[in-house]
Ligand binder design. Structure first.
Ligand SMILES: Nc1ncnc2c1ncn2[C@@H]1O[C@H](COP(=O)(O)OP(=O)(O)OP(=O)(O)O)[C@@H](O)[C@H]1O
Ligand SMILES: [Mg+2]
Length: 159
């Protein structure tokens, strides 16, 4: 089931991430699709905050991956600058698609071509006019994970 939000500020986008975070489990993978400036990193900041990770979460644009330790480990990847198959292999991308000890969030996953985990939460972010951004959630794969994510997204602690 698709869940859609309209966000009117970066803080609102972070709040949606914070709302989803408690429903995330070790092994979960999120793909963030959207143009430059669509709000992917902003959303990832909300996830990190919701996971109890303290400290600034910045786009890992130049390092491809940032790792955050907290109550739950977060792997934050940004593949925008990925240059090809060598980079993917060097990064060990496949392991991030089946994280055994944390949660993986990937910006620009399409840069890695068709490498997909079986189950993941596809998040599409679209910047509209001004500060209006849309966030669209499409769970792919396992039904248990999909309903776990959807329950968190549709519970009304956030408007
Ligand atoms: N409703 C909103 N949701 C998210 N970001 C917003 C919103 N309104 C304004 N912004 C601003 O838009 C920018 C989004 O930048 P962000 O780095 O999150 O995008 P991104 O998708 O990660 O881009 P990139 O592809 O370059 O990594 C931020 O400066 C943020 O403050
Ligand atoms: Mg970013």
């Amino acid at each position: 089931m698709r869940v859609e939000f309209l966000s009117r500020s970066a803080d609102e986008t972070r709040a949606i991430g914070r709302q989803l975070a408690p429903a995330l489990r070790v092994g979960d993978v999120l793909f963030l699709h959207g143009d430059l400036g669509a709000g992917k990193t902003t959303f990832a900041q909300g996830i990190a905050a919701g996971l109890g990770i303290v400290g600034p979460v910045q786009s890992p644009t130049f390092t491809l991956v940032n790792e955050y330790d907290g109550p739950v480990r977060l792997y934050h990847l940004d593949l925008y600058r990925l240059s090809g198959a060598d980079d993917i292999a060097g990064l060990g991308y496949e392991e991030y698609l089946e994280p055994s000890d944390g949660i993986t969030v990937v910006e620009w996953p399409e840069r890695a071509g068709s490498m997909l985990p079986e189950t993941y939460l596809l998040v599409t972010l679209v910047a509209g006019a001004g500060i209006r951004h849309r966030l669209i959630f499409d769970p792919v794969g396992d039904d248990e994970a999909a309903s776990r994510w959807n329950r968190a997204l549709t519970s009304d602690c956030k408007g």
